[in-house]
Design a protein around this ligand. Structure first.
Ligand SMILES: [Zn+2]
Length: 199
């Protein structure tokens, strides 16, 4: 594989505390730093350690509803020749967390992607909740609908109410359909018409 990590990236890559990865021009994962493995381990990620993802296309790990958003961002970064970025949520069962993703094309080597934790966070609109009776969220087929971006769960009887439910983030064995809540749809796809959109 003729992939060359630029020296200025190499110098900081492995020791950087943020989650860094490099994609080639075909968006295959060519390098991940130690921060990637730490983040995967802390968040219970299965099958996504560095050795397991190297050489695979990044879109194998991106939920369907976010594909167009990331396609646009990667293309924009490859074209731009300077840093571009956006904020996103990745909360744990108990802690509201926001991250910033910065992307930049690197000479002859595709894209460098940097994910940084944002310490000065917005206050979340809702607090995490513990539910005793999960029938509010689980369909008759045993499925829950979770937002692929903010990981809130939709109430069955009200498609516009999405709650941050701790147990659904902890319990990774559930059957989940990934959609987008209206707030994340508006943030990620501002050009999309919202009414009647099924997520
Ligand atoms: Zn959302």
């Amino acid at each position: 594989m003729s992939y060359q990590v630029p020296s200025w990236v190499q110098e900081v890559f492995e020791t950087d505390k943020d989650v860094l990865y490099l994609l080639d021009a075909d968006l295959r994962i060519m390098e991940c730093n130690l921060g990637w493995d730490k983040f995967a381990a802390e968040n219970g990620g299965v099958g996504i350690s560095r050795v397991e993802v190297l050489g695979r296309n990044i879109f194998e790990f991106i939920p369907e509803v976010l594909v167009r958003f990331y396609q646009d961002k990667y293309a924009e970064a490859l074209r731009a020749g300077h840093w571009i970025g956006f904020d996103y949520e990745c909360s744990t069962p108990d802690v509201f967390r926001q991250f910033h993703m910065a992307l930049r094309s690197v000479e002859n080597s595709g894209l460098l992607v940097v994910n940084s934790y944002l310490p000065n966070q917005r206050t979340p609109l809702t607090a995490p909740i513990e539910v005793m009776d999960d029938s509010l969220y689980v369909s008759s087929g045993g499925l829950i609908a979770m937002c692929a971006h903010c990981r809130r769960t939709r109430r069955q009887e009200n498609t516009n109410t999405w709650d941050w439910v701790s147990r659904f983030l902890r319990d990774t064995g559930r059957k989940v359909s990934h959609g987008l809540c209206p707030r994340c749809t508006a943030y990620l796809y501002p050009d999309l018409e919202l009414p009647d959109r099924k997520s």
